[in-house]
Design a protein around this ligand. Structure first.
Ligand code: ZN
Length: 496
């Protein structure tokens, strides 16, 4: 109605166009302005690694700065407007800034105390500490293109490691932008062993921390390169061109685990971090036989998914860790199919009355194997179907290749449906959303037994065997086919 009235009168016309121009100017000006906001921080670290002196210069005045942790206020020693004697007061863990905002802030952080929040501190020698930025980085929201350039001023022999985008070769200036903030990233300060390791498509920024347990750092570096190379076997390059990798020795003899890599995790906070905790008492061969690093690196082939659909990200990593370890020669193909079979069985037995989405709800007990393997069953189904209907032209690898090219690393949280819709747009006909609709909210476990049979993987008494006259045996072979270069490199590293 309003629009008709405007077009019916001359003055309405003019008004309409003035309004249109105003909106356009607002939009162009607004977005251009938003994209260009870069605040500049200088972080000075003292020799004793006890204090951070931070100056924050805001490109335009800000009304609110916060730290992500509710505990961060405990570590603030002094905070004031630049060049001002007056301290800025705190209330309920918030800085009380003047109403018109503030354009420059100076504050001091008790770095030693902030580092005490890190649960791995007892594993580290005093010369290197971990203090997540959630405890010391007070900042405005990083929305609408706002970013922060951080320059570290470090004493001699002190390094810093953060997952942020590096802006210079001396590892002192970084750019921090929006990210999923899936957990909290480590910032490491001190005299750790920092190495830049090249793999196809990426330079890994690896920090091997000096712990109370000594490691053979060259072995660690070889192992990281080998496992990152495994992941590049999916589509020829590592999914993130510059991830932060952190390695900490946890010692041997843990009662509940004889794994060479007892724990690993991915953090997407200001960049992508992979943390790996190794049992340094085990030989390099044991590290190379362990699946943890391949699993964690595989996570980087997908963006961060909503926690309620973690079954998709865990499942894809479970599928790929086995497939990739076969391709790199760490597993023979029979062993990889045995591991997939055993995983699907564990998934099938876990809470059969729940759907994958239900099993992933926080607090649900006994559903972990369904969370870890439902998505792995869908990954196999999608992979085989893509290969079968395209006579090998398409595959899950190729969909992930296109996905990396368009969408990774991603600065936001995705839902499972969004991801699968995007995957479908990258394949010749939809396959992922139909699988999602069929299984995500359906009780039970996606049945892969027919597929195994068609692939020529027969199961008897829980032991798989392969036969060579199966309908889809060529597809089976192409999924787990050994990459001779990767396998040769692994053997060379292992000293065989
Ligand atoms: Zn995982």
């Amino acid at each position: 109605m309003t629009r008709i009235a405007i077009f019916n009168t001359g003055s309405g016309y003019r008004q309409f166009f003035r309004w249109l121009i105003a909106i356009a100017a607002l939009y162009v000006g607004g977005s251009a302005f938003a994209a260009s906001v870069t605040h500049r921080y200088t972080v000075t670290v003292d020799y004793a690694l006890s204090r951070l002196f931070i100056e924050a210069r805001f490109e335009k005045p800000v009304q609110s700065v916060t730290a992500r942790s509710r505990e961060a206020g405990k570590f603030l020693l002094d905070v004031r407007s630049c060049g001002d004697d007056q301290q800025i007061k705190m209330r309920n863990r918030r800085m009380l800034l003047p109403e018109h905002g503030i354009s420059c802030l100076n504050y001091t952080v008790d770095l030693q105390r902030a580092a005490r929040e890190n649960r791995n501190r007892k594993l580290l020698l005093p010369g290197n500490i971990i203090a997540s930025p959630i405890y010391w980085l007070w900042r405005p929201e990083l929305q609408n293109g706002t970013s922060i350039e951080v320059e570290f001023r470090l004493p001699q022999d002190v390094q810093v490691s953060v997952p942020w985008q590096r802006l210079d070769d001396s590892n002192s200036t970084y750019l921090l932008g929006k990210s999923p903030e899936s957990s909290y990233a480590p910032a490491i300060f001190g005299n750790f062993d920092y190495r830049e390791l090249e793999v196809p498509g990426a330079v890994l920024r690896v920090s091997i921390l000096n712990g109370i347990n000594e490691m053979n750092n060259d072995d660690i570096a070889d192992w990281i390169v080998a496992t990152a190379n495994d992941v590049s076997l999916t589509y020829g390059r590592f999914p993130n061109p510059s991830p932060q990798i952190v390695v900490i020795a946890v010692g041997g003899g843990r009662a509940n685990s004889r794994s060479a890599v007892p724990f690993g995790r991915v953090v997407r906070d200001g960049g992508e971090t992979v943390e790996l905790f190794v049992d340094q008492t085990q030989p390099l061969q044991a590290l190379l036989a362990d699946w943890t690093a391949t699993h964690e690196f595989s996570h980087l082939m997908l963006p961060y998914l909503d926690r309620r659909q973690r079954w998709i990200s865990e499942g894809f990593s479970q599928y790929y860790q086995n497939v990739l370890l076969a391709r790199s020669g760490a597993y023979d193909d029979l062993y990889a199919w045995q591991k997939l079979y055993e995983g699907y069985e564990r998934g099938r037995r876990a809470r059969p009355e729940l759907s994958p989405n239900e099993a992933t709800v926080r607090g649900v007990k006994g559903g972990l194997m369904k969370v870890y393997w439902s998505g792995a069953a869908l990954a196999l189904m999608a992979d085989v179907t893509l290969r079968e209907r395209s006579a090998g032209e398409e595959s899950l690898d190729k969909v992930l290749d296109k996905f990396q090219a368009c969408c990774l690393p991603s600065d936001r949280v995705w839902t499972g449906e969004e991801l699968f819709m995007k995957f479908d747009s990258l394949a010749s006909t939809p396959i992922f959303m139909p699988l999602y609709r069929r299984y995500a909210d359906t009780a039970g476990f996606p049945d892969t037994s027919d597929l195994f049979e068609r692939l020529g993987v027969t199961v008897s008494d829980d032991v798989v065997s392969m036969h060579s006259n199966a309908e889809l045996q060529l597809i089976r072979q192409s999924i787990t086919e050994t990459d001779t270069v990767a396998a040769g490199r692994r053997q060379q590293i292992a000293g065989f």
